[in-house]
Design a binder for this molecule. Structure first.
Ligand SMILES: Cc1cc2nc3c(=O)[nH]c(=O)nc-3n(C[C@H](O)[C@H](O)[C@H](O)COP(=O)(O)O)c2cc1C
Length: 185
C-alpha cells in the first residue's frame, strides 16, 4: 500500500518579511522530514480559501504595536469555523520572544492574549523571535521601538539590525509539527 505524504497548510501575515522567511524555512525543515507544506500569504487576497483538505493548518502572524496583523486575526475566525482546533497551530512572531522563557503562551504576553481573546485551544501555540531593523523603520516606528526596547533592556542604537530568530527553535517546531501530523488519525 502506498502511504500518502502528510501535508500542512501554512498561512502567514508578515509586514516586513521576517514571518515570511520563518515560514519558508519551516516549510524546508518539514520537507526534510517528509511532510509537505503549502504556504499562503494572507496579504495576497482579501479572503483566502481555507484549505480543509490539509492534514494540519498553521497560522503564523507578526506582531505590530501589541497586536497580530489584522489579516491573520480575520483569517483565524474563518479557519476555526471549518477546521477543528486540534488540527490548528498558531505561531506568533514578535521581539519579546527574543528573551528566554518567552516562547510559550505562559511566557509570551501576545500569544497568551491571542489565545485568551479568541478562546481557541490549538494543538500547538508558540512564539518565535523576529527581526529588529531600526534603519528600515519610519521615524515614528523607530522612536516607538526604541522606547519598547529601552523598557525591555534591548538595543536602542538606531543603526542596530539584529535577526533574533532562533533557527534551531524553528527546526524543533518542524519536529513537533511532524509528530502531530503523523499521529493525528
Ligand atoms: C512598527 C512596529 C511595531 C512593533 N511592535 C511590536 C510589539 O508591540 N511587540 C513586539 O514584541 N514586537 C514588535 N515589533 C517587532 C516585530 O514583531 C518584529 O520586527 C517581527 O520580526 C515583524 O515581523 P514581519 O517582518 O514579518 O513583519 C514591532 C515592529 C514594528 C516595525
Amino acid at each position: 500500500m502506498v502511504s500518502q505524504r502528510p501535508r500542512i497548510a501554512i498561512y502567514y501575515a508578515s509586514h516586513d518579511g521576517q514571518t515570511r522567511k520563518i515560514v519558508d524555512r519551516l516549510g524546508e525543515f518539514l520537507g526534510m522530514r517528509g511532510v509537505g507544506a503549502t504556504i499562503t500569504d494572507l496579504s495576497a487576497s482579501s479572503s483566502p480559501i481555507v484549505d480543509t483538505e490539509a492534514d494540519f493548518v498553521l497560522l503564523a502572524a507578526a506582531i505590530r504595536y501589541g497586536f497580530h496583523l489584522p489579516a491573520a486575526r480575520r483569517f483565524l475566525t474563518r479557519l476555526r469555523a471549518v477546521v477543528p482546533e486540534e488540527r490548528i497551530a498558531l505561531v506568533s512572531i514578535n521581539l519579546t520572544a527574543r528573551k528566554a522563557g518567552r516562547q510559550t503562551a505562559e511566557g509570551n504576553v501576545y500569544l497568551r492574549n491571542w489565545l485568551k481573546r479568541t478562546g481557541i485551544r490549538p494543538a500547538l501555540a508558540v512564539a518565535v523571535a523576529g527581526r529588529l531593523d531600526y534603519p528600515a523603520y519610519r521615524w515614528f516606528d523607530r522612536m516607538m521601538i526604541q522606547a519598547i526596547m529601552s523598557i525591555s533592556g534591548g538595543p536602542t542604537d538606531p543603526t542596530t539590525v539584529v535577526e533574533y530568530t532562533n533557527w534551531s527553535e524553528v527546526e524543533n517546531l518542524s519536529q513537533k509539527l511532524t509528530n502531530l501530523v503523523t499521529s493525528t488519525p
